[in-house]
Design a binder for this molecule. Sequence first.
Ligand SMILES: CSC[C@@H](O)[C@@H](O)C(=O)COP(=O)(O)O
Ligand SMILES: [Zn+2]
Length: 223
Amino acid sequence: MEQQLASPSRSGQATALSAAMAAIHRRGWCEGTGGNFSCVLEAAPLTLLMAPSGVDKGGVAPHELIEVDADGSVVAGDGRASAETLLHLAIVEVTGAGAVLHTHSQAGTLLSQHYGPSEGGLSHLVLEDLEMLKGLAGISTHATTVAVPILANDQNLADLSARARPHLRAAPHGLLIAGHGLYAWGKDLGEARRHLEIHEFLLEQHWRRLLLDALVGRRAMSL
Ligand SMILES: CSC[C@@H](O)[C@@H](O)C(=O)COP(=O)(O)O
Ligand SMILES: [Zn+2]
């Protein structure tokens, strides 16, 4: 007889999400209430387990997580829904993701602004020939090119999410918002964490390479 795999309990998911947020905070990727984090608790009706808005995401206990419905309204727990709930919902709806992690790292903020689009537009950060690309689901060789979409930032999350939707399916499990940060997602929390770590590594590596290229260029010019 085929054995059904038990889906993780609510308390198991809450413990795992709280621990992931604390670990991401320790990396310095969500300082000063920045960042937000969710996982799908129920697919129908869609219910997300999320960090509440405006709090230090490194210190949210499992019982302090809130539940949010498909309209972005809080249906359980204390606190307001994240300012960016609509983008989490768009990513889950379009890609089928089971977890969405949003960070404000230095590298993500810097590079998304450096390569960011003109107002309301779209640009890309191109990454290629790196072994760490294989950490993204669907990639099996370093000899590949990945284009991470960069959207202009917007405080109107309905507009921002609508602009993001057409680019989510082709995105490499990650998306940048200019001058703001990174969204990474995966089929479950474990995969979303791996994709986040891979993207953060690639952003950090790209930034260091730009710096190295500039230093080598300056040295060559002075010889
Ligand atoms: C430091 S404020 C950052 C916020 O505006 C937002 O970008 C963010 O990531 C966190 O918002 P939140 O509403 O706490 O989930
Ligand atoms: Zn943010």
